[in-house]
Ligand binder design. Structure first.
Ligand SMILES: [Zn+2]
Length: 576
């Protein structure tokens, strides 16, 4: 998910300022001068998520756990969703067949998630009517002895889905036209269909959407058929790729459709790239979406082939005006981010990158959400680097720099979509890249993607890949930046020179002053500028709270710059 609200208008201004400054500095040959400046004017992180604080992923509105232990004892293989929409009445009628297996043969009941305001008219277990209970967000189906292994639950229901979280399921209107859409993340799929709403229980889907024949309906995977019956039209979509419930999507509006294509790296597949846009924004969309096949190609070369190559990639406009959502093979994008001016490349690259990190490789639990959002945020910076070089990478990263980050990166509590998860998450990958070097870093990402593609990964499993590929013990790195440390690194430093004949001794004292996690261990670059206008960058590995570095030179040092290339999530303050 991408929320534009996370960004501050200040950041955007600063972004242009920074590009302008970079250009000026390159031309004046004072490239190194721009160093710590961003740290001084970096703004304070605002908690912007308070509105959503009560929507815990663990607790439902009745203070009951959203997911119960028995939900981990079943494995859903397939959902057949047959959804009829009646936007005038904000009514949804569902006929859903869920096929799954019991992982524990001693289960007496199957528990699923489903909001109890949706009224069930019929429920069949293996084609026989059976006892069930709807309460809060839980649908409990009592097993009879007939169920040994595979089960088949058919639920026929109707209602108006409850509005939850950021957007959930919405019967909206735009310029007098209907637009029905959804945003399931993290746990609102169950507002509109019964499901085992755990990110790690992936399944395949058949999805039929029926609406007024004037409406175009789109969803995950490939379009199988369109059937029109007097005033109603049914779009039948199917995906054979494992899909998490929170990535299932439904969009229905008076869309106009256009398409593009992406050719796989091995040239064997030509994949359709499909766009569903509001008619009045067709020209703007054609401008803004033009770069998408190039983006797919960029990420495919970086991480491995686009994961859903046999089906599609697509973009549908929706009415959530705060950002975009990475629904698998068909992202939703707020219509205000389609301008025809190429203004929101960061959002487009973010949602696309989620198809590798978030969709194909899913999070094991919501505690691992940074594996989605930190990765997609770093991918924005990688795409910026590809388009604009090293300066653009640095600008993108400085745009994500804040002095204050709340919570740990792993298990951020209720702040699933806060700046820590997105921006600090991106910074942690940036620092990992500096610590292990470019070739090892990208090899880590390729291995991680390859190993967990179409499955789920935990933060610990990502750490294991990092260690296996780099051959390094990275536990300190993961502990300080991901599992235990909060906030950022704070360094105070001073320096002095001593002259002995023609020899100059440079002495640098560095103190770590952050309170949350006492001693970080990290690589630190120091640029030393000399009186004869030459400069040198030396690298050190800092592993103590207080460090003194001594270096001898034949030339007189006149200035030093810590972390000249902005690799560290650190505030740097020179003291006397
Ligand atoms: Zn995201």
């Amino acid at each position: 998910m991408f929320q534009k609200k996370r960004m501050k208008t200040f950041s955007n201004k600063y972004f242009s300022f920074k590009i302008f400054l970079t250009i000026i500095l390159i031309f004046t040959g004072l490239f190194s001068f721009k160093l710590n400046l961003p740290l001084n004017i970096a703004s304070k992180d605002k908690t912007h998520n308070d509105k959503y604080k009560n929507n815990s992923v663990l607790i439902d509105s009745n203070d009951k756990p959203y997911v119960s232990p028995s939900q981990y004892k079943i494995d859903i293989l397939h959902y057949f969703l047959n959804i009829a929409l009646f936007p005038n009445d904000k009514l949804l009628k569902g006929d859903v067949v869920i096929t799954g297996i019991l992982l524990d043969k001693n289960l007496h009941q199957i528990e699923l998630n489903f909001y109890d305001n949706m009224k069930i008219s019929k429920l069949l277990l293996n084609n026989v009517q059976t006892k069930y209970n709807e309460s809060g967000t839980k649908l409990t189906i009592f097993l009879n002895n007939a169920v040994k292994d595979t089960f088949n639950v058919r639920v026929i229901y109707q209602g108006t889905p409850k509005f939850m979280g950021f957007s959930s399921f919405v019967f909206g209107r735009r310029n007098g036209q209907f637009c029905v859409f959804n945003l399931n993340e993290p746990n609102y799929a169950s507002t509109w269909f019964p499901c085992n709403d755990i990110p790690s229980d992936k399944a395949t889907y058949d999805i039929k959407i029926t609406n007024d024949s004037s409406q175009v309906s789109a969803s995950n995977g490939k379009l199988i058929s369109i059937e029109t019956d007097s005033t109603r039209r049914t779009y039948y979509w199917r995906t054979r790729y494992p899909t998490s419930t929170y990535l299932v999507c439904l969009y229905s509006s008076n869309y106009v459709q256009f398409s593009d294509k992406y050719i796989s790296l091995d040239k064997k597949d030509t994949m359709s790239v499909e766009y569903y846009v509001f008619p009045d924004q067709l020209e703007e969309a054609k401008v803004d979406f033009k770069e998408i096949p190039e983006m797919i190609s960029f990420f495919a070369k970086k991480f491995g082939e686009y994961p859903f190559i046999k089906e599609k990639y697509g973009v549908a406009e929706f009415l959530w005006q705060m950002g975009a959502m990475e629904s698998q093979t068909l992202i939703g994008i707020g219509s205000n981010f389609v301008t025809g001016k190429d203004m929101f490349t960061d959002i487009y690259s973010h949602e696309l990158a989620h198809h590798w990190f978030g969709d194909a490789v899913g999070p094991e639990t919501w505690k691992d959400i940074w594996l989605n959002e930190g990765f997609a945020s770093y991918c924005e910076a990688l795409y910026a680097e590809y388009k604009g070089g090293e300066g653009a990478l640095r600008s993108a990263m400085m745009n994500k720099f804040h002095e204050n980050f709340n919570n740990t990166l792993y298990n951020p509590g209720n702040n699933l979509f806060g700046t820590t998860v997105y921006d600090k998450g991106a910074w942690v990958l940036h620092m990992l890249r500096h610590q292990v070097g470019d070739s090892v870093f990208f090899s880590i990402l390729r291995n991680y993607y390859n190993k967990f593609k179409f499955k789920n990964a935990s933060t610990k499993e990502f750490e294991e890949v990092c260690e296996a590929v780099s051959g390094e013990d990275l536990s300190q790195f993961f502990n300080q930046w991901i599992f235990y440390g909060t906030g950022i690194l704070k360094l105070k430093y001073r320096w002095a020179t001593k002259q002995e004949n023609n020899n100059y001794k440079l002495i640098v004292n560095i103190n770590q002053t952050q309170e949350e996690y006492k001693t970080y261990k990290f690589p630190l670059d120091i640029e030393i500028n000399f009186e004869n206008k030459t400069k040198i960058i030396k690298s050190f590995f800092i592993n103590k709270n207080q460090t003194e570095i001594e270096i001898n030179f034949n030339e007189k040092p006149i200035n030093i710059i810590l972390d000249p290339d902005n690799w560290l999530l650190a505030s740097l303050e020179q003291v006397k």
